[in-house]
Design a protein around this ligand. Structure first.
Ligand SMILES: [Zn+2]
Length: 320
């Protein structure tokens, strides 16, 4: 074995036998030559995995393989790598499950989007008519696609939206240990795209004169302002987690001023939610000034859209 033919090699730390220059284990007593380095790499890899840094943890384990001869330790490391790879790509995990389930699940996940979308249209169609249903569904879809494209832009996995008829919709996505600033950007992309959907609806109203589009624009502004309420189930909840105390006070003052200007009760709800979030003392270590500004601009834009549309002198709802 190489360990005994080395001309200038080192010696085993345990039994003192001479080691070959490329030996990974002592040929005499079996001690791993790089035992100390391997311990360090292994503990670092475990820490990284615990922190959710799966890709980095995997790279550490792969680096450890270079120092490991064929042994139980090597097979253990290979199992760690396989486990991390399964966690990194959830679709590859169901391989061990029954074939039927593995084939049916992706199909069901794909069907949730169109089927829930149709149910959503159906509910509003029966309540408020066909065009309003189409407009509102398109608006909610655009809001959700705002979340979806932002999640994807940050490199996380996301499913197409699931609609909850009469309630709303959501995008399911996965990402471990997401920075509060990134999370806020993902959350605020919904009300941003939602505002754009309302602006488009208003443009369609201006071009066609059909009141239903004015109603859709008003509803979009209202809904996306409501969504900025800074408590957990709304988009505003995650967004406010990136704001520090002073920035929350700024949002509070802004909402009160806008309530007195526009008399829209949603601003009072926004103020109440922000007051609550001042009491929870969950401000992040590095507050994001720009996100506070973005938050305020989105609330102002949606609030103004809804206010402006409601002052056009038409009422879609009273003519139903
Ligand atoms: Zn949203």
């Amino acid at each position: 074995m190489a360990a005994f033919t080395s001309a200038h090699g080192s010696f085993c730390a345990k039994c003192g036998s001479s080691l070959g220059s490329d030996a990974l284990a002592c040929g005499h007593c079996g001690r791993l030559v790089y035992a100390d380095q391997l311990d360090q790499i292994a503990s670092r890899a475990r820490q990284l995995a615990a922190l959710g840094q799966l890709q980095l943890a995997r790279e550490h384990w792969i680096a450890a393989l270079r120092f490991l001869p064929e042994s139980n330790e090597r097979r253990g490391v290979q199992r760690e790598i396989e486990k991390l790879e399964a966690r990194l790509s959830p679709e590859s995990a169901p391989v061990r499950e029954s074939r039927l389930k593995a084939a049916a699940m992706p199909l069901l996940t794909k069907l949730i989007f169109p089927l829930s979308l149709l149910a959503f249209v159906g509910v509003y169609w029966s309540l408020l008519g066909w065009w309003f249903a189409v407009g509102i569904t398109a608006s909610v879809l655009l809001h959700e696609m705002g979340h979806y494209v932002t999640v994807r832009r940050y490199g996380f996995k996301a499913d197409l939206p699931t609609f909850l008829p009469g309630l709303g919709a959501f995008v399911r996505w996965t990402g471990g240990n997401v920075d509060p600033g990134v999370r806020a950007m993902i959350s605020l992309a919904g009300p941003l795209f939602g505002f754009l959907s309302g602006a488009i609806a208003y443009f369609v109203f201006r071009e066609t004169g059909r009141q239903v589009w004015l109603a859709v624009a008003e509803f979009a502004g209202w809904l996306n302002l409501l969504n900025l309420t800074p408590v957990s189930i709304f988009d505003g909840g995650a967004a406010m987690s990136a704001l520090g105390r002073q920035q929350r006070i700024a949002v509070l003052l802004f909402s009160l001023v806008f309530f007195f200007l526009l008399h829209d009760y949603l601003f009072l709800i926004l103020a109440g939610g922000t007051l609550y979030r001042l009491s929870t003392r969950d401000a992040p270590p590095e507050p994001r000034q720009r996100i506070a500004l973005y938050f305020i601009l989105l609330a102002a834009a949606n609030g103004l859209l809804s206010w402006y549309c409601s002052h056009q002198g038409y009422s879609f709802f009273s003519n139903l």
